[in-house]
Design a protein. Sequence first.
Length: 204
Amino acid sequence: MGYYADQVVPRILNVACAMGEAGALRRRVCDGLEGRVLEIGFGSGLNVPYYPPAVTRVDAVEPSDVGWGLAQKRLRQTPVEVRRAGLDGQRLPFPDDSYDSALSTWTLCTIPDAGAALREVRRVLKPGGRLHFIEHGLAPEEKVRRWQYRADPLQQRLFAGCHLTRPIADLVAGAGFTIEDIDVFYEKGAPHMMGADSLGTAVA
């Protein structure tokens, strides 16, 4: 499982997370990012092409060496300065009030303590700074939720700890953010139990 999680899963995600309407959703969630940006769960840099001109620098938190390696081609093609600046979203090595914006895309599902990671993001954001997020999680319909709870143990084994049943809005609000706007929907082309997305912004 160590080899599979470390070497195989990042390559699967590099392909799977670029399919379907993922590009359009990444463009939506990146809209409005500005200044110095913290991105948790940077992965293979799939958001890099969608950083708006107002972004001056991105500090990337990414534990996977394979994911960071896969990102290099995208990094060579962007004018934005991007540096790998941390490995664990639950323990960010940055001072309070360091960032203008933060970005999380399909990341909270795999962080062991998502609430701790969100509290850390809020700590390092400047007052009034915004978290931009798109995450899959607990579906709005009870019949879909039942399938999510059944499938969750297998999902975690196959995708290196990915959860299907995290309540995204509750986690964000519980970390002390004020949710500014949120759109909850099923991602086109994805099974409902895996594609119940929440896209929005929240203010620190």
